[in-house]
Design a protein around this ligand. Structure first.
Ligand SMILES: [Zn+2]
Ligand SMILES: [Zn+2]
Length: 425
């Protein structure tokens, strides 16, 4: 991938923003595991570092520590068991460990990266990633979803300056992880709907060039759908590149809008509720994929409405508080004071309805179209496959929009009396 080309395509952008990235190099190739030290050195990464990984990631990256040593790196290492969460306590642990080094190298996927990304930002350390599976799009992101207790918040973190991946390792990643990467990518179609809807209703910042970067990445991955599960280096490399691409899009936009919509919030709601009971959720992209199917069905159903009667929302906040429960309610209330739909004028909502219907049809494949792709990629399609109970699914379906201060069509259901109870699964 050519970062220069991406920057060129968004230079002098009509959106008025000066788009910048911190990532300097993305190197994806066969056998790069044995060149990690060399690559880091080439791009001027400091020699005194903290390596953070977990057992699984380090097992598939066998030899990486020797390689670093041979290249003259001096490092401490923190290897987690099998890291499936990213909690603020773990961030604090890494912060303490990286105090006396100059850089942090994360070896692994989602949670390991998220912990390091936030710790490196808070301690102002240089940051690089060696990615081990094409399972999610967070590699190049500058936001970290972190749990505080069990509430999941997206924190402003640090974009890595160097991202390295070995296509041999990516291709050999478990099928479940590769399918999860597809789920995380296809979710962008919902993200773009929510972003554009908010833009036309509230004037929220939107950039067509960046939306196009996301669309291109989605197109590329859907064209590879039948190869997602194969042990194929070329396909795995291309999928990884698309995932990194959308991470870069988030950084360019300064918001996660180009990469996540209400389906991500539904997934976060499931996670938080399960975490409260001490349960670890399934892979990020796997859950997000299932949520995308649910939302696609709902949004296309909404698009059938020829007109709407909109009004200011009339919410029983006691009911919402009860749904979140005493642990999660205080954070939730903070995010909703004042309520985000204050920014939406009901008259404008009614007036723009035809445009919104068109956005849904333009951006979002139908449930049936998505199902075909999901089957090809072996991605999960039902809540049973992600161990979410029908009760939790219903709860999330109705109440997830209050978990994030963000306009989505799901959040706007309260402004035109659209059913909030319905659960299509
Ligand atoms: Zn722009
Ligand atoms: Zn995601």
């Amino acid at each position: 991938m050519d970062i220069g080309q991406i920057l060129k395509s968004t230079a002098n952008c009509p959106c008025g923003r000066n788009h910048t990235v911190d990532v300097k190099a993305v190197e994806i190739g066969s056998g790069l595991l044995n060149k990690v030290g060399e690559i880091l050195e080439k791009h001027g990464f400091p020699k005194k570092i903290l390596v953070v990984s977990d057992n699984n990631a380090l097992r598939v990256s066998k030899g990486i520590l020797d390689n670093l040593m041979e290249c003259g790196f001096v490092f401490d290492a923190r290897v987690f068991q099998n890291q499936r969460t990213a909690d603020i306590t773990e961030v604090e642990e890494i912060e303490a460990l990286c105090k006396n080094v100059d850089g942090v190298l994360a070896v692994g996927t989602g949670s390991v990266d998220d912990i390091c990304r936030y710790a490196a930002a808070r301690q102002n350390k240089r940051f690089a990633i060696f990615g081990t599976a094409p399972s999610m799009d967070g590699y190049a992101s500058d936001g970290s979803p972190i749990t505080f207790g069990s509430f999941k918040l997206t924190c402003q973190a640090k974009q890595p300056e160097i991202i390295i991946a070995d296509t041999k390792i990516l291709a050999e990643a478990p099928v479940e992880l590769k399918s999860a990467g597809f789920g995380d990518m296809i979710a962008k179609c919902v993200g773009l709907v929510d972003w554009r809807v908010s833009n036309i209703l509230t004037g929220e910042y939107y950039c067509e060039n960046i939306a196009n970067l996301t669309r291109e990445a989605v197109k590329r991955i859907t064209a590879l759908a039948d190869k997602v599960t194969l042990n194929n280096e070329k396909a795995a490399g291309a999928i990884m590149e698309s995932l990194i691409f959308t991470g870069i899009a988030m950084k360019l936009a300064g918001t996660s809008r180009p990469a996540s919509g209400c389906e991500h919030i539904i997934s976060h709601f499931w996670e938080s509720k399960k975490l409260e009971q001490g349960l670890i959720s399934d892979f990020h992209g796997k859950k997000v994929g299932v949520a995308t199917l649910m939302v696609a069905k709902e949004y296309h159903k909404m698009a059938q409405l020829e007109s709407i009667k909109a009004h200011k929302e009339n919410i029983d906040w006691k009911e919402i508080e009860q749904a979140y429960g005493e642990n999660l309610a205080p954070e939730m209330l903070k995010l909703n004071t004042p309520t985000v739909t204050d920014e939406v004028d009901p008259a404008v909502f009614e007036e723009k309805w035809q445009e919104i219907r068109q956005i849904i049809r333009d951006e979002l494949p139908t449930y049936e179209e998505l199902m075909k792709l999901f089957k090809l990629t072996g991605a999960a399609t039902t809540i049973e496959e992600i161990a979410v109970s029908p009760e939790l699914c219903k709860l999330a379906y109705k109440y997830h929009p209050f978990m994030r201060r963000r306009i989505s069509l799901m959040r706007l259901r309260w402004m035109f009396d659209y059913p909030t109870e319905y659960c299509p699964q």
